[in-house]
Ligand binder design. Structure first.
Ligand code: IPE
Length: 266
């Protein structure tokens, strides 16, 4: 499950601040769920602001400048992850943070090494793993941003996940950007082999977003759909929807399946 950065932080706020109320409510919705789960945090204000400051949104940024930004981004992401971890622990859940930076290597932003074995061992020990978007060393660029969406896709593949839940601040995927287009149509079900006839037109995020906002999410969804039975993009800002999804109940969202493998619709 991905907890979008725009939900768990105040994305436009400087200095970055965790939306503790939202995180506590999200944790309460997770408490009744008893199956295996990995929680992936987006960067939100903590990741994107510092990343933009050091030029991670610009392909021309010199390597030395990117590398100078590593401590600030790392610090902010550690603060975010620690605060979220504390909320899980306060609710009695055995959460541990597995930080990508310490054991991930990227090449041109693609994962080459990732702490998969640690995550598997933590899950086998019945711990609830929290990991997060991060800045990581990159063999080509010096350092680059690893988004939570890329992590979700990687884990879905490597852990043979059954389901991916992507919590965002909109009700799912639309035929155009719902934040700027008043006539945007919500798409409740996407059956990927038959997706012709509508197009992704996700616009740029209103707040700094170095990983491409909804457009990147849609690409991650298409990639992840190769490995899991079902991907759900849903509004994590609306109380109760996560709880319903975890209980396999119907709620407003976009479900992405391949070849009509999942019969239920919204
Ligand atoms: C970004 O992760 C991580 C950093 C900028 C360090 P995401 O791209 O997954 O974050 P959100 O969900 O869009 O905020």
């Amino acid at each position: 499950m991905k907890l979008g950065g725009s939900v768990i932080t105040f994305k436009g706020r400087t200095p970055p601040m965790v939306n503790e109320r939202a995180v506590r409510r999200i944790v309460e919705e997770i408490v009744p769920y008893s199956e295996r789960l990995v929680v992936v945090l987006g960067g939100g204000a903590h990741g994107h602001q510092a990343a933009k400051e050091y030029g991670y949104d610009n392909p021309e940024t010199p390597r030395a400048q990117l590398l100078r930004g590593v401590p600030a981004i790392r610090h902010n992401m550690t603060v975010l992850a620690t605060e979220v971890e504390a909320c899980f622990r306060n609710a009695g859940l055995p959460a541990v943070v597995v930080t990508p930076f310490s054991s991930t290597i990227l090449t041109e932003r693609q994962i080459v090494e990732f702490p998969l074995r640690i995550i598997q061992m933590a899950m086998d020990a019945s711990l609830l793993v929290i990991t997060h978007g991060d800045v990581c060393f990159d063999t080509v660029y010096g350092a680059s941003i690893l988004s939570g969406d890329t992590i979700v896709t990687h884990l879905a593949h490597m852990l043979h996940a059954r389901r991916v839940l992507l919590g965002t601040d909109v009700d799912g995927i639309y035929d155009c950007n719902p934040k700027t287009c008043p006539d945007a149509q919500h798409i409740p079900l996407i059956d990927l082999p038959h997706r012709g006839g509508w197009e992704f037109q996700a616009g740029p995020s209103a707040s700094p977003d170095v990983t491409g906002g909804m457009g990147n999410k849609v690409r991650a969804v298409i990639e992840a759909s190769k490995y899991v039975e079902e991907i759900v993009v849903f509004n994590l800002c609306v109380p109760g929807r996560l709880r319903q999804l975890l209980a396999h109940k119907e709620t407003v969202c976009t479900r992405i399946v391949r070849g009509g493998r999942v019969g239920s619709q919204v």
